[in-house]
Every structure is written in structure tokens, then in C-alpha cells.
Design a protein around this ligand. Structure first.
Ligand SMILES: Nc1ncnc2c1ncn2[C@@H]1O[C@H](COP(=O)(O)OP(=O)(O)OP(=O)(O)O)[C@@H](O)[C@H]1O
Length: 482
């Protein structure tokens, strides 16, 4: 709907793209501005608060990991009046768009866009202006599942949410720890404030204090202006300290001091500032490691784990799998405007029995792949591209599926067939497993698998070994179906 009061900002380094969007949107909305240089954004935000930002995720030519765009998204989300952000991505970069949604974007559009779709997305974002502010974090999916295990988690959230107690969320990668943290925030008295996530494993030691506690202008060479740290940005809300198990001991000591005193001193400041945040932390470390003083300081653990919530792996709550499959297949059908399709019954039986080493995140990626690549009238097993699901085991029943899909093999989707019962397995050739595949993609996949194995499945550590951000590694895991 045309809206003369709406303020839209387009952030794209490609002046032609920005100009095209500007021309289109100017016909409908009151103020439509465009910036080609992200460095101009902070100044722009000081002068006014856009309602909707169209954000290109890749600025510098040649940089395709989306790191810059995601950093800008974080900046936009901590504004006093955060805009609704629509991420702009290249068609092939859907995992990046998904990451943007996870980090708070309300929608994404792939380039080149369809004008009607772009306008519809902006209209939908503007319609949400009237919704309560907490909906701005909109992409936070509800914690789905009705298994006894997940019901127990939801009961815990409902009872600890309203207290201000620090909560530690434990569980393997991809089980939904961040969703739990956000649900705790949503159930708390701080729900109108920000829920700010910080990946503690990814903060370099050199910038740890400045990132968390802030700095004063001139306190070091790059400190061109005062900067609030994450503790201040989350004031009145919840600070979600993710991957705390990966923090170096020196950083743990600094964090402990802050939590004990409930105040932070920005670098270069002469006096401390009181903090008002609730801390929810998470780690995928198993509890034996977490209780090892050589890995984690017991006094810090004691501060953080007033309440512990354990989120079980998906293989221990298989009852949730059919609902999650339906949810994410439907979600991606809507995202990609694909027709709704049923899931083949036999394929579902396999998927329920699968070990899901990457938990719900892997299930979500598999559904996205199925929606994009599936061509049959129904979704069949091969559409999900799951490593370890070897259809040559055509005689096998679902219980024979491997307990873990740790071995990484490339499967030839063209040759892939569903399990017995799909009607095609009996005649289709088995999946091809590439043993001597020397394509770049295969080498990348092998390097990732090796780094993960060396890091015992620890994503942050593997990302560091590979020289990638965690987000970039997750995208590659999705791409390779690991
Ligand atoms: N119960 C659930 N219902 C719906 N979606 C879920 C559920 N659990 C997880 N997901 C989805 O799976 C993905 C991973 O979830 P999340 O990031 O919360 O996991 P995590 O345990 O924090 O992972 P990591 O340890 O790797 O950071 C997200 O896309 C999330 O929306």
C-alpha cells in the first residue's frame, strides 16, 4: 500500500541496483534514500531512523562471505528504533540469506528481483511497524516440537523466563540453543528490550574488551569515536553469550570480574558503568569438559549456571521430526514461492530414523535443499541430499541407517533414489560415492570434514582452523550437506 510517511533506505554498493530500487520505491513511499558506501551508515542513522532498510549483504567486490552485510545488520538491530531489514542476496547465496534471517532480518530478496515481490516485501515490513517492538526480532522461529523432551524444555523456559536468573543452555550444535535463549528473553520482564547475541568463541582476544565493554574516543589508534560495548547495547535486555566454552581463560577472568561487580569500564574511561543485563549463555561442550578447570573457570561457571537447560539432540526426540519437516518444507515453499508438496511416506520414515548429526539446523538445510532441487510430485529421500543415506542400501530398512553421518561423501543427486517403497529404488542405480573426486568443491568439503574432525565437531574451532567465520562455515556445511 502506498505510504507517504514511510522512510526507506537502500544500502547497496552497486549504484545502478540502488538507483533502480530507488526509482521503483519512490513512487510508493514518502522518503526513499540510497547509500553506496556502508561507512556512511552511522552518520545517516544519526540524522533519522528509517522504517525499512534494503541491505545488500556483500559490499566489497570479491568478498562473498556476507560478513560485512551481517555486521551492518547487527548495527541496525541495536539502533534505538531498529528498522525492519530486508536482505538482498545473489540467487545462489540462500544460506547467507538464511543467516541474515536468523540474525534478525525480516525477509530477503534475491537479485535480480521481481519488482512486485520487492514492493510486497517492503509493504509487509511496513505493516509490522505497528506490531510490538519485540516482533522486530521477527525471524526468531518458535521452538517447535511436542516430544516429552522438548516439552520439558518449554516448561523450564516458562518457569525461569520471568526470573532474572542467569541461565546456561547446553546441547550439541544446531539443537536450538539460541532459540531457547531468545524464548527465555521473550518470556522475561525484559522482553521489550534487546536480546543481543555475542559469539564469545569468535571474539579475538585483542578486541574482546572493546567489543564487550566499549571504548572511549582516542583510547587506542583505531578508536575514532566513543563506542558502546555489547553490555551497554543490551542494557535493559538480555545478553546471549554463545559458545562460552570456547573462551580463552584470560577472557573468562575478565568476564567474571564484570559479572561479579555488575559494572564495566570501557577502555579509556576513568570510571565504571553499572550494567543491567540478564545473562543467558550457551555451549556445546560436554559437561565433563565444562567442569574441567583447565578448560573453564569453576567460579565463572558458578556465576553463569544458576539454572541449566539441556536441549537434547534430535535423535533423542524423533517424535519432533515429522512436525519439523512439515514446518520447514512449508516455510521454504513460501520463501521460494514453490507449490506445496507432500513428503513421500517412505522418505519420512527414513528421515525420522536418520541420526541427524547436525540436529535441527541440518534438518532445516535439508528441507531448503529439497524445496529448491526436488522435481517430483512428492518430496523423495534423494531431494534432501543427506550424506550417509546411501540408497544402495535399498534392501535396508530405516533402522539400518548409520548412527552418524560423520563420513562425508558426495552423492550424485541425479542418480539418487528413494528407499524401498518409493517405487523407484528397485530400478534406480545406487548413489555414486566419489572416492577420488578432485573438484574444488570436493576438496573444500574434505578440508571442512578434516577440520571438524580435528576440532571434535567444535564449529568455532574448525572455523578458526579454516580461516572462516562461524557463519561462513555454517553456510558451507549447508552447501555440502554436512
Ligand atoms: N525446536 C525447533 N523448532 C524450530 N526450529 C528450530 C528448533 N530448534 C532449532 N531450530 C532451528 O535450527 C537452527 C539452529 O538453531 P540454533 O541456532 O538455535 O541452534 P544452536 O544450538 O544455538 O546451534 P549452535 O550451537 O551451532 O550455535 C535455526 O535455524 C533454528 O531456527
Amino acid at each position: 500500500m502506498p505510504d507517504s510517511t514511510a522512510h526507506i533506505l537502500i544500502l547497496d554498493d552497486d549504484a545502478d541496483v540502488a538507483c533502480a530500487a530507488q526509482l521503483l520505491l519512490r513512487r510508493r513511499y514518502g522518503k526513499v534514500a540510497a547509500l553506496n558506501d556502508p561507512a556512511q551508515l552511522p552518520r545517516y542513522l544519526q540524522q533519522g531512523a528509517p522504517d525499512v532498510v534494503l541491505l545488500d549483504l556483500n559490499f566489497t567486490p570479491g568478498r562473498i562471505d556476507g560478513g560485512e552485510g551481517l555486521a551492518l545488520l547487527d548495527l541496525l538491530r541495536v539502533q534505538p528504533q531498529p528498522p525492519f531489514v530486508i536482505a538482498l542476496t545473489a540467487y545462489a547465496d540462500v544460506p547467507l540469506a538464511v543467516e541474515a534471517l536468523k540474525r534478525g532480518a525480516c525477509d530477503f530478496i534475491t537479485k535480480p528481483w521481481d519488482n512486485a515481490r520487492l514492493v510486497a516485501a517492503v509493504d509487509a515490513a511496513l505493516a509490522r511497524r505497528t506490531a510490538p517492538r519485540t516482533a522486530a526480532a521477527g525471524a526468531t522461529a518458535a521452538l517447535m516440537g511436542d516430544s516429552p523432551a522438548i516439552r520439558a524444555v518449554k516448561t523450564m523456559i516458562a518457569s525461569v523466563g520471568p526470573t532474572d536468573a542467569n541461565v546456561m543452555v547446553l546441547g550439541e550444535n544446531g539443537v536450538g540453543k539460541e532459540l531457547v535463549a531468545r524464548a527465555i528473553h521473550a518470556a522475561s520482564r525484559r522482553a521489550d528490550g534487546t536480546c543481543l547475541a555475542v559469539d564469545m568463541g569468535a571474539l579475538p582476544e585483542s578486541t574482546f574488551e572493546s567489543e564487550l565493554f566499549g571504548h572511549r574516543k582516542g583510547s587506542f589508534t583505531d578508536a575514532k569515536a566513543d563506542r558502546a560495548g555489547r553490555f551497554q547495547a543490551a542494557s535493559g535486555g538480555t545478553l546471549f553469550l554463545d559458545e562460552i566454552g570456547n573462551m580463552p581463560l584470560a577472557a573468562q577472568a575478565k568476564l567474571l570480574t564484570v559479572l561479579e561487580r555488575r559494572e564495566v569500564t570501557p577502555i579509556g574511561a576513568d570510571k565504571p558503568e553499572a550494567i543491567d543485563v540478564r545473562i543467558v549463555s550457551a555451549t556445546n561442550l560436554d559437561e565433563i569438559k565444562l567442569f574441567d578447570p583447565a578448560v573453564f573457570r569453576p567460579d565463572l561457571l558458578f556465576r553463569l549456571n544458576t539454572i541449566v537447560i539441556r536441549v537434547p539432540p534430535l535423535r533423542e526426540r524423533r517424535d519432533d521430526i515429522p512436525g519439523l519437516l512439515r514446518h520447514y518444507l512449508g516455510w521454504y515453499e513460501r520463501q521460494y514461492q514453490r507449490p506445496a508438496r507432500e513428503l513421500d511416506v517412505a522418505a519420512q520414515a527414513w528421515l525420522v530414523q536418520y541420526a541427524w548429526p547436525g540436529n535441527v539446523r541440518a534438518l532445516r538445510h535439508a528441507c531448503e535443499r529439497a524445496v529448491i532441487l526436488g522435481t517430483s510430485a512428492q518430496y523423495v529421500l534423494a531431494d534432501f541430499g543427506l550424506p550417509g543415506l546411501d540408497a544402495s542400501a535399498g534392501q535396508a530398512n530405516p533402522a539400518d541407517l548409520p548412527p552418524s553421518a560423520g563420513a562425508v561423501h558426495e552423492v550424485d543427486a541425479a542418480n539418487a533414489a528413494g528407499p524401498v517403497g518409493t517405487g523407484s529404488a528397485a530400478t534406480a542405480p545406487p548413489l555414486r560415492i566419489a572416492g577420488d573426486d578432485l573438484t574444488l568443491s570436493a576438496l573444500e568439503r574434505d578440508a571442512i570434514a578434516a577440520a571438524l574432525a580435528a576440532a571434535n565437531g567444535n564449529i568455532s574451532q574448525a572455523a578458526r582452523t579454516l580461516g572462516l567465520s562461524r557463519a561462513a562455515l555454517y553456510r558451507k556445511l549447508g552447501k555440502h550437506g554436512i
